[in-house]
Design a binder for this molecule. Structure first.
Ligand code: ARG
Length: 254
């Protein structure tokens, strides 16, 4: 009994200390499913409908996996934990509106982009709508995003408040705790429509970015397979169709 117990303890310790096994393409293919993480708090890209993860990116990944003959095993975690978790091999890929940046490319790899967008200012009546009007203003952004980077570069801003979720930054704008919110232009559009009584309005686009799936650095075969699937979805019109379902327009990169 004692032997079994200490074996179990040793095994548990090994599991806690050793990283989960890195999964290359062959292993994923053989298992029949790909483990993909998203956030689930970033409508219309990734969000929960009841207990179901849904949105443009969820549909895109499910469609890519189907092209590869795989099922998706979904995980949801905080946006700021996704890149670190990929590096620890907690899952095979993350699709959560990550912009392709040089900084991120130092630690992870990106597939080709599934949409093209940019960071936009959102305010209320009388608030700052241009980058140049953000001086002496309080800007709200989601933590660990390209919006946070952009906000920190604004000269003369009074304060940049970071929130764990983009929807928290949105709430802060609605309740007047920040003067401006910087977010994705399609998230902004949807938030303005959904909160008609709050009187939100969109302002200047501060930067543009290409949004892609994240994989572990060096997992080239997986990246190539996902790129192949994405190209097929583009060629057969599926990607455009998914985009129009959520946005009534084609947001894919032209
Ligand atoms: N596009 C921005 C970035 O690359 C924000 C992405 C936020 N995604 C999310 N699921 N909350 O950092």
């Amino acid at each position: 009994m004692r032997v079994i117990h200490s074996l179990a303890v040793a095994f548990g310790l090994a599991c806690a200390v050793l990283p989960a096994q890195a999964r290359d393409w062959a292993t994923i293919k053989q298992s029949g499913s790909i483990v993909v993480a998203s956030e689930g708090a970033y409508a219309p890209f990734n969000y929960f409908q009841g207990s179901t993860l849904t949105g443009y990116e969820i549909d895109v990944m499910n469609a890519m996996a189907a092209k590869l003959g795989l099922k998706v095993e979904w995980r949801a975690l905080g946006f700021d934990a996704l890149i670190a978790s990929i590096r620890q091999d907690r899952f095979d890929a993350a699709i959560a509106s990550h912009g392709i940046t040089e900084e991120r490319q130092k630690s992870v790899d990106f597939t080709n982009p599934h949409y093209c967008s940019g960071g936009q200012i959102v305010t209320k009546a009388g608030g700052p709508t241009k980058g140049s009007e953000l001086a002496n203003k309080v800007i709200g952004v989601q933590l660990a995003t390209t919006y946070a980077d952009a906000a920190k570069k604004v000269t003369g801003a009074k304060e940049v408040k970071t929130f764990p979720k983009d929807t928290d930054a949105q709430q802060a704008l609605i309740s007047g705790r920040v003067d401006a919110w910087v977010t994705d232009r399609f998230v902004a559009k949807s938030a303005v429509e959904k909160n008609a009584s709050a009187g939100l309005k969109t302002g200047e686009l501060l930067f543009v970015e290409r949004i892609a799936t994240v994989v572990r650095k060096g997992n080239n075969e997986l990246r190539d397979q996902l790129n192949k699937a994405l190209a097929e979805l583009k060629a057969d019109g599926t990607l455009k169709k998914i985009s129009e379902k959520y946005f009534k327009e084609d947001i894919t990169c032209q």
